[in-house]
Design a protein around this ligand. Sequence first.
Ligand code: CO
Length: 432
Amino acid sequence: MQDYNRELLQFIEQSPTAWHAADTVAKTLEKAGYTRLEEQDDWSLHAPGKYYVTRSGSAVIALNLPEKPENFLIMAAHDDAPAFRVKCGGEEKNLGLYTRLSVEKYGGMLCSTWLDRPLSVAGRVAVRTKNGVELRLVNIDRDLLLIPNLAIHMDRSANEEKSYNVNVDMLPLMGGAGMEKGLNALLAETLGVAEEDIVSRELNLYPRTPGCVWGAENEFVSAPRLDDLQCVFGCMQGFLQVEQPACATVLCVFDNEEVGSGTRQGAASTFLDDVLCRAWEALGNTNAQYRAAVSRSFMVSADNAHAVHPNRPEFADRNERPALNAGVVIKYNAAMNYTTDGYSAAVFQEICRRAEVPVQSYSNRPDLRGGGTLGHISLSQVAVPTLDIGLAQLAMHSCYETAGAKDTSHLVAAARAFYACAYRPAKQGFTL
Ligand code: CO
């Protein structure tokens, strides 16, 4: 089994924000011979052919069309992660001693994990040019900020009870009161533009600690944003490895999963339907033929799952307790917050069985509420049989998460087998 963790950690390091992740994916697709399409242009496509589209700079859909495609095999994952977003107001002076950045929450993170570690700022900046405005990615690639904890002597109950108020406890320290260069000056310097040409900006904090593989026998991989960049990476590897698929294969990377997916680049948007429909029509099909192709299609929504915790096993279900390094997790939920049903689970399990990829199952402890996923949100736009999978991980939404080192390869192998299969629905089931 090939070990992909070095590449995974490199991918994560190149992707401090969703904009960077989408850019990293787009560059990887370009290198693999995919042609970029713009949504605002007319499309003329050829089959066989390889194409990709981006939306808002943070979502990507790639298509690999065989000569006579009849349906779509789709894998979807998300490239955003919980983080602190820098507010427009930016810096605030404090006590005549410090300069802090004012921030708000993007998504539901474990606040305590962001304390006492070097952080920096990345995102995108709108820069005025001669003819208009250009959006540019930016990453201030150095240790720039830190959110200091309160000493135990000042908060004796810190180890018993602790709550974090984003407006009080989570403001990162950036410099002294006399700090000469503000954040905009640093951004301008990084981008090589004049500070007054910065029109607007969207910036996240990100942790600087690099990812690593660790453990007595290198069993574990830890890094920021494993949820869900580990799945983006695994799906993309599998997608690229199937160069001549039997079905039209689709790689789908959405943004804004952590804040409900309801943006034009999120899973609730028309992005997937727009791209698939336009591609199908550009190949000379009618809209009715597109709808028929969708009904013959299949989707896998890939988003990391909770492994049973070594110190706190009581929070896992009694029977379904995913283990690290034990294979791809299939997620079930009776309320259908996960899309998996008997049909979609059978499709995926058969594919994994043939490819000798281990799978395991996950349900929330029945008296605890779990998280949602992309799958059931995307279904309202493109209604295909879908299942929810993920890789088992610890400390979800910590800014430094942990997963099984072998599982990265398990997902790549599962994705490759999925994209390579010749799935067709049949009257009483399906054929592969
Ligand atoms: Co996720």
